[in-house]
Ligand binder design. Structure first.
Ligand SMILES: Cc1ncc(COP(=O)(O)O)c(C=O)c1O
Length: 387
């Protein structure tokens, strides 16, 4: 059964998507919030009920994670993605970004080269550069909005730059691809051949759209000794503020390194409410997820319809995964005018292609996890102000 989504107007709350936008670099505060990847819908009722019950009980002392926390996650991975994980492999990190920061540090030495595929979620770059590693980019090939991997470039960079670690974004934010088993197999075989460890960021893995199916890196083949996966309930169930992520470490030597690192930084676990919310979501949130997937598909179709009519030269990449639409407005705006056009003229707070480290100077990333009214309003503003 599907669950009715509950829209919340987040203006006047502390939501970074909608408020104090000038504090974080936008031109003013009253823009339509369509940038950061969270949703304008309340989390599933099962989550809200579990949190209400905990609040009512009212004791927020030192707690174990509920037993259902790992169990429900393991069951979810198995039933939704065919990925069999084991309780011994699972570790906590507050966020997926924190998780891959730690893993870059553990799997490489200062000065080592780390490969990413651009354009990509911008903390991939900072995780490498903030920690004194060398950033190596393999640009994805954009053919009329449809992205693919240049395997020759991927392998050449690994060899010539002596890459030690590859950070995979799967599904890929911002270009919306769900990588096929064949694509993953080819990348992983190249990594195996050159001794490259893989960090797979699968935070968007539950956003499988228009019949596309996510392939967990852990199901691609025999790569357990060189593969770690980081994922979370945060994107799936809109729980980012509760800060719970899973690091999946099938290899015992990597687990030992991870555990030693966690002892050093002394972040052994999260807060009780985050555990409760995650356990409830993985146990009872499937119907809610069905509704959000339908909404994202409908909003994608709506945006395409509106832009096809009003801005026919805009190129929208096919949306296979994530809830983020990737739109090339190069036919209408010059790179240097992007910010002014989007913020001053259209009144939109979006992510810009230039943030993602690749060749996307005129792209915008639009968050579709909202109402049709807001998507319509954004489309109208784009059409009225760009033609
Ligand atoms: C690919 C990817 N990884 C990680 C994150 C954020 O993870 P967290 O908030 O758990 O650090 C995002 C958020 O948009 C993302 O798109």
């Amino acid at each position: 059964m599907s669950e009715q989504l509950v829209f919340r107007d987040r203006r006047g709350t502390n939501a970074v998507k909608w408020n104090s936008l000038s504090r974080i670099g936008f031109c003013r505060d009253d823009l339509l919030g369509m940038w950061v990847a969270d949703m304008d819908f309340a989390s599933p009722e099962c989550v809200r009920k579990a949190l209400r019950d905990a609040a009512e009980f009212g004791v927020f002392g030192y707690d174990f994670p509920p037993e259902a926390y790992n169990e429900a996650f393991i069951a979810w991975e198995k039933s939704h993605h065919g990925y069999e994980t084991s309780p011994e492999w699972l570790r906590f990190s507050p966020g997926v970004v924190t998780g891959f920061y730690w893993l870059v540090r553990l799997l490489s030495e200062p000065g080592d080269a780390v490969l990413i595929q651009t354009p990509v979620y911008y903390p991939f770059m900072s995780a490498v550069e903030d920690q004194g590693r060398r950033l190596v980019k393999s640009e994805l090939v954009n053919n009329g909005g449809v992205y693919s991997i240049d395997f020759e470039d991927f392998e050449r960079k690994i060899v010539t730059e002596n890459v030690r670690v590859f950070i995979l974004c799967s599904p890929h934010n911002p270009i919306g691809r769900i990588w096929t088993r064949e694509e993953l197999s080819e990348m992983f075989a190249i990594c195996r051949c050159h001794g490259v460890k893989i960090i797979s960021d699968e935070i968007h893995h539950d956003f499988e759209l228009f019949g596309h199916r996510h392939i967990p890196a852990g199901t691609v083949g025999d790569y357990d000794d060189m593969l770690v996966t980081v994922t979370a309930p945060s994107k799936t169930f809109n729980l980012a503020g509760l800060q719970n992520s899973f690091v999946i470490l099938p290899d015992s030597a990597i687990r030992e390194k991870f555990d030693a690192h966690v002892r050093e930084v002394h972040i052994n676990g999260g807060n009780s409410l985050g555990y409760i919310a995650a356990a409830a979501a993985y146990t009872g949130g499937a119907g809610w997820l069905r509704s959000i997937l339908r909404t994202v598909e409908e909003n994608d179709a709506l945006l395409r319809r509106r832009l096809a009519e009003g801005l026919p030269k805009a190129v929208i990449s096919p949306l296979e995964g994530t809830y983020l639409s990737w739109v090339d407005l190069g036919a209408y705006i010059a790179p240097e005018d992007m910010k002014k056009a989007m913020e001053d003229r259209c009144g939109l707070a979006l992510d810009y292609g230039s943030q993602f480290g690749g060749n996307a100077p005129c792209h915008i990333r639009i968050n579709l996890a909202t109402t049709a009214e807001i998507i319509n309003e954004a489309a109208t503003r784009l059409i009225e102000n760009l033609v």
